[in-house]
Design a protein around this ligand. Sequence first.
Ligand SMILES: Nc1nc2c(ncn2[C@@H]2O[C@H](COP(=O)(O)OP(=O)(O)OP(=O)(O)O)[C@@H](O)[C@H]2O)c(=O)[nH]1
Ligand SMILES: [Mg+2]
Length: 316
Amino acid sequence: MSDSTDNKDNKKKKNNNMDQNDNPDDTVPSSMVTTMKQHITPYLPPPVVAAMAKIDPPLEPFLGPEPSMTLIGTLGLGFIVWKVLSLLLGGGGGTSTSSGSAIQDDDQDDATNPSSKNKSQRSFDSTLVFCGPSLAGKTSMFYKLLYPQRPFSRMGTVQSLSSNVGYKQHSDVQWRYLDVPGHWGADKLVSTVLKQQQNMVQRIVLVVDSTQPVSKAADYLYALLQYQQQQQQQASKSLTVLIACHKAKAPKAKNFRRIKLNLRNELERLEKLSSQPTKIQDWEDALSSFEFCSSSVDPPLLQDIESFCESGKLSK
Ligand SMILES: Nc1nc2c(ncn2[C@@H]2O[C@H](COP(=O)(O)OP(=O)(O)OP(=O)(O)O)[C@@H](O)[C@H]2O)c(=O)[nH]1
Ligand SMILES: [Mg+2]
């Protein structure tokens, strides 16, 4: 007797379940979305949770259960699809201006690609390169020199992704100013800019942050010395190099004599570690082939840099 009652109860339960699961396709996604919502809700800010609770009831007839989650999911999916498409189509949303442009991708860096047919490049006679470790102040200096009249607002601490190019006429010579991003490092500067464009590059400003240790700047200087030695062997045109001890007016800035001394010590260390040593004996003498100056954009101290850009020499 009790067995048959149990069987009847079981059948009833089974039927009830069948009723609820008449359309299993409807139930599974809604419960998934609900579970997802339960997991996400504790991490959402209270105003968002309140807004979701407010918009859910009126939208439910149109979007089905948990409409706010459906909306968030659709928007998220749309964003991912947009990102993937823009990556595949090589977009990236970069901007560039005519005479002080930033180029987004190393491989598309027309400034350092002599065979580039980019229409925004103008003709020029010589190139002046701003190089040095990241965040030393190259881009700030580049813009201050090209646009001195522009009211100065200190740039945020943002690493350049690729080179900036600008043009300036000194006497009858059209100069191209090239601001090379610090993240490239010294080796890429030499291989991509100096070796590939050796006939165009005549002046280099190595920007050194006076408030920081000099080891990264010494890597650049060592690479430049090695490059100069190779050039002398090939009897090619020599480069004029200025070492700008930048941010000179910042509170913890070292003066340029101290920086010169620190650089000499670092160069001696690098020579011992190098697989292609320069065999330089007298580092004092080697450093005397470079000009040194102090510089700053905030507050401005740019006479020596301006003079070097114009004439290749420092102001008296
Ligand atoms: N105090 C002081 N800060 C400066 C000066 N020049 C630049 N800066 C700051 O230094 C930071 C880096 O400057 P950038 O010009 O972007 O440096 P960068 O050498 O172009 O760096 P990369 O693009 O990464 O190679 C920014 O926050 C600037 O505002 C200066 O003369 N004095
Ligand atoms: Mg920069």
